[in-house]
Design a protein around this ligand. Structure first.
Ligand code: KIV
Length: 297
């Protein structure tokens, strides 16, 4: 594995995350949905790669995560699997893939693991998912929980809002987190909850918390890659720090290419191939300038 970071050489696993939390390490998680970005993310030393259902928003052009199917996750998961070597690879269970009974959920999770190469699955929901999570863990599947803002509940919630803002709602979140730990989840995503509640939960469980819009006290941070790279559309949530503006970079590159084609400067001779002299002679064409005599730009 030539591109592993020397200071973080070991393969990350679900159990190794708990040890990292004990040692007080801050780990990093990002989403990835195709081979090139997954490879770059893994080579950069990111600890967890998530094939999340935000796939629907940032890659497939859906308005939310609800329409995403297991087959769609599978296609992207397989591409990402081919790229990721060191990071722990987690796949989201999309809406509808774990709601029709435990047997269906196990079958779908097994597909993600066996066919897709996921090392763990993530599913949204707190205490109501306990029997299901226990069952999945019994079937040797590593499960990541996800509470707070659960985007698959958008039709019930009506809007994406900060969760756990009242004392009662915060207590519910804490109870959900404790129950997920007890059920055997190896980590818990906390999405868009007040940082004080994220801190309380992080200090109350021995498994790592993975925050998105949940403040600095979570053990691990996650962002959607397309959002932090500026490769998505619409207003960014306040917790997304834009580390690049790839929309602009791509627009500039595509516009320059179009200009070059339209003004005849692309392709140059160096960007094309000469006919061999003998063939030119046979065809009564002028002697071509040899490729080796053309200055490469
Ligand atoms: O699908 C996703 O990107 C996620 C993260 C926001 C945790 O679930």
């Amino acid at each position: 594995m030539p591109y592993l970071q020397p200071e973080r050489p070991e393969k990350v696993s679900a159990p190794s995350l708990r040890a990292s939390k004990k040692r007080g390490e801050r780990l990093v998680c990002l989403t990835a949905y195709d081979y090139p970005t997954a490879r770059l993310v893994d080579e950069a030393g990111i600890d967890i790669v998530l094939v999340g259902d935000s796939l629907g928003n940032v890659v497939l052009g859906y308005g939310n995560t609800v329409p995403v199917t297991l087959d769609e996750i599978m296609i992207h998961l397989k591409a990402v699997r081919r790229a990721v070597q060191r990071a722990l690879l987690v796949a989201d269970m999309p809406y509808g893939s774990f709601h029709t009974g435990a047997d269906d959920a196990v079958r779908n999770a097994l597909r993600l693991v066996k066919e897709g190469g996921a090392e763990a699955v993530k599913l949204e929901g707190g205490r109501k998912r306990l029997p299901l999570i226990k069952r999945l863990v019994d079937e040797e599947i590593a499960v990541m929980g996800h509470i707070g803002l659960t985007p698959q509940s958008i039709n019930k919630l009506g809007a994406y809002r900060v969760q756990g803002k009242t004392a009662a709602a915060a207590r519910e979140l804490l109870d959900d987190a404790l129950a997920l730990e007890e059920a055997g989840a190896f980590a818990i995503v906390l999405e868009v909850v007040p940082r004080e509640i994220a801190k309380l939960i992080t200090e109350s469980v021995s498994i790592p918390t993975i925050g998105i819009g949940a403040g600095v006290h979570c053990d691990i941070q996650v962002l959607v890659l397309h959002d932090m790279l500026g490769l998505s559309f619409g207003k960014l949530a306040r917790f997304v720090r834009p580390y690049a503006n790839l929309n602009q970079t791509i627009t500039d590159a595509v516009s320059r290419y179009a200009d070059d084609v339209r003004n005849g400067s692309y392709p140059s001779a160096a960007e094309s191939y000469a006919l061999p002299a003998e063939a030119a002679e046979e065809l009564n064409l002028p002697t071509p300038v040899k490729d080796s005599n053309i200055k490469q730009s």
